[in-house]
Design a protein around this ligand. Structure first.
Ligand code: PLP
Length: 418
């Protein structure tokens, strides 16, 4: 019966979407023994889990559970958490940041949904503005977020061959000054999901000056970056300047289930985000705000990021790269994007006789999940099949699972080499 109810345009948008929703479904329904190299979940690291256990038992001892479970926080967020996050960002960026520049959200996905819709779509001046993605490929999770269709304008990264089997996408600024699209904001993830690219400071400055010229915000997504989990292998730093809106997440350090993130922006933007938070959620979840306070106050954020999490992924990354080289050399023509951050490898193939999206069901059937590259190109107009030669491989898994998965990928793809 419910099948016949008419969905509004808004409802249809979610009903028809095939991006992240379908992928999250796939990740949840797997045959036993599947090598799960597809998801965005962080690894379960014992030293990290120990810290969560310690913080939670402290709540039990101090009686904080009553407040955590039994009352709504204000939509602005827990005062002490806002203060400690502001002071952390002040010291990490070297810029004075106050608590009215911070909003706490139920995950950074939630924050980006609001922000992308604040700065794209129909504007009161009658214009329709798009979201500018300066280096494609870019995060799949943005894809279906704008309420209006056709809300992205993306420019493909320019391939720069950096080694025998490595490359890096460089930001191609050549068309920026002639860009006719009406743009409402610029968005970049740093490290970039899916490529592991970490935009250099000069690149951030270039984007910022483009954004300032057009009087639009620059949204920078630090889900894998600074201040935590700090999964950045190059020596870049956290950077903040007026005109930037930055998203942060507690997920990739090890709390994806708690659904907590925060945003740094000018106070007026924060005020609007808090009002939207009240409409959508009444208030942010308490558990994440209490854990965040303890996590930052104790200094564990730095110890875990610097001494545990980054070295952990750094080892996995080396393992995954060396396995690709030993398993695929001579069988497949591939090139790996320079791995500068996060816990993915982006691999581009040449000479495949089928598209990656066509091979994906076979990979799944044969017990290995990756994310096909075609998902990561919102708003691309330059290439009609972008990403059909690429895959994103997560290395946030057990060593043996990574090894088996890479072997299976090699075996299946080599059936489709020309
Ligand atoms: C680049 C990027 N941004 C944002 C998110 C959203 O993270 P969360 O909502 O868990 O904070 C993710 C999750 O995978 C991501 O990869």
């Amino acid at each position: 019966m419910g099948e016949n109810f008419l969905f509004s345009e808004f409802g249809q948008k979610f009903r028809n979407q095939t991006g992240i929703g379908q992928l999250m479904e796939d990740l949840g329904n797997l045959k036993p023994g599947t090598s799960m190299l597809g998801g965005g979940s962080p690894a379960l690291i014992p030293e990290v889990e120990e810290v969560w256990r310690m913080i939670l038992s402290k709540f039990a001892e101090s009686g904080s559970w009553d407040s955590i479970l039994g009352k709504y926080e204000t939509p602005t967020g827990k005062e002490e958490t806002l203060e400690i996050l502001a002071s952390l960002l002040s010291s990490e960026t070297g810029t004075a940041i106050s608590k009215n520049q911070i909003a706490i959200t139920n995950g950074s996905q939630n924050a980006f949904y609001l922000l992308l819709n604040f700065y794209s779509g129909n504007f009161l001046d009658g214009s329709f503005r798009k979201i500018f993605l300066p280096v494609l490929p870019e995060y799949i999770g943005y894809l279906d977020q704008p309420i209006h269709p056709d809300s992205f304008h993306g420019i493909l990264g320019k391939v720069n061959v950096t080694g025998e089997d490595t490359f890096r996408y460089e930001m191609d600024t050549s068309s920026w000054k002639d860009l006719n699209e009406n743009i409402g904001c610029v968005v970049l993830s740093r490290p970039t999901n899916p490529t592991g690219r970490v935009a250099r400071k000069e690149e951030l400055e270039q984007i910022l000056s483009f954004a300032k010229e057009r009087k639009i915000p620059f949204l920078l997504d630090n889900a894998y970056g600074f201040p935590f989990p700090g999964i950045i292998y190059s020596d870049e730093k956290l950077f903040h300047s007026e005109g930037m809106i930055q998203g942060f997440s507690f997920s990739k350090i090890g709390l994806p289930g708690v659904r907590t993130g925060f945003v740094l922006a000018d106070p007026k933007i924060i005020e609007t985000l808090n009002k939207a938070n009240a409409v959508l959620n009444l208030a942010g979840g308490n558990l994440g705000q209490y854990i965040a306070l303890e996590f930052v106050r104790s200094g564990e954020w730095l110890r875990l990021s610097r001494d545990i999490v980054k070295p952990f992924y750094s080892k996995k990354r080396e393992l995954a790269i060396s396995l690709i080289r030993s398993e695929w050399k001579g069988k497949l023509k591939y090139s790996i994007h320079e791995s500068e951050g996060a816990f993915f490898l982006w691999v581009k193939f040449s000479g495949l006789s089928k598209k990656i999206s066509e091979i994906y069901p076979l990979l799944k059937e044969n017990g290995v999940i990756i994310v096909p590259g075609n998902y990561f190109y919102p708003g691309s107009t330059e290439d009609k099949d972008p990403g059909e030669d690429s895959v994103r491989i997560s290395f946030a898994r057990e060593d043996q699972e990574i090894q088996e998965g890479i072997r299976k990928i090699g075996k299946i793809l080599s059936n489709y080499t020309e």
